[in-house]
Design a protein around this ligand. Structure first.
Ligand SMILES: [Zn+2]
Length: 280
């Protein structure tokens, strides 16, 4: 299971505009409230603390086994923790729900004004839209696509490291899609810009919502024409080809010079899939 996926909620998108139905759900004594404060989540004993929350604007997240779920921005407190630290502690389904709640609130906090006319906009559709009262423009929560790809040549894969990362940490290549690009084109461009390699074949593997604040990581394998990799010296300070045995040691934490990507990131899954020969 890829971290931040697998939410059990039925999002009930068709009910979001039904204010009286939403109000009824919020008044349900069994309703769950994911409490968020400045991107941090309220937790108790390694689980989301979803105790009733009467204050704050609520976003309707969905329904699971007749239980409605909401996200509420609260005043905060000691019990709030960063999602990065919780990613592998929360049950996977709760991590996924928390990711959606965090991304939505961060979008609202950064999009208070209409991008078309500059007036303050209003929350609509139970938190899934903002509407401008002045020009009637509708604004929807954004998700920014990112390609993340593991270059392959013969029996080796390429990992790279950014100067800003913790010592020895390495990961696949990655970059934002640009307007007018397909996923394959963005993958080929980034692979060339960052490591000087020419893509010959791009294969989709899996994707991951990444709530920091709201990107979609599109996990790919990219076969390249040669092993003449050169780090761009801007984003990347080092690139390194690894055999399957070496990559396996990286994942096991026993490689002396390379630290694996974070276990909850799709970067880790890409490397694992290749080591386990699942990259087809
Ligand atoms: Zn407007």
């Amino acid at each position: 299971v890829i971290t931040f996926t697998g939410s059990p909620l039925d999002r009930g998108a068709s009910r979001r505009d039904d204010a009286s139905w939403i109000e009824q759900q919020r008044a349900d004594p069994h309703a769950c409230f994911v409490a968020v404060h400045e991107g941090r989540l309220r937790v108790r004993d390694g689980r989301l603390d979803v105790a009733a929350e009467s204050q704050g604007e609520a976003i309707f997240l969905g329904v699971h086994q007749q239980t409605p779920w909401f996200a509420v921005e609260t005043g905060g407190g000691d019990a709030y923790e960063e999602l990065r630290g919780l990613a592998l502690i929360l049950p996977p389904e709760e991590a996924s729900i928390a990711a959606a709640a965090k991304s939505l609130f961060e979008w609202h906090s950064r999009h208070r004004y209409c991008s078309q006319c500059g007036q303050p906009s209003d929350v609509a559709a139970s938190g899934w839209k903002r509407v401008c009262p002045a020009c009637r423009a509708e604004h929807f929560p954004r998700v920014d696509p990112v390609v993340i790809m593991l270059p392959l040549f013969g029996d080796r894969c390429l990992l790279a490291r950014q100067a800003a990362w913790p010592a020895r940490r390495m990961a696949p290549l990655a970059g934002f899609l640009e307007p007018g690009e397909s996923i394959e084109e963005a993958c080929a461009r980034e692979t060339n810009e960052e490591a000087g390699l020419v893509a010959t074949r791009v294969t989709y593997h899996a994707s991951q919502p990444w709530p920091f604040p709201s990107t979609l990581m599109i996990g790919l394998f990219v076969e390249v024409a040669s092993d003449a990799a050169v780090p761009d010296g801007v984003e990347l300070e080092e690139v390194r080809w690894l055999t399957r045995d070496e990559a396996s040691a990286v994942l096991a934490g026993s490689h002396p010079e390379v630290l694996a990507p974070n276990r909850y990131a799709i970067a880790h899954e890409l490397l694992t899939a290749w080591v386990e020969r699942r990259n087809r």
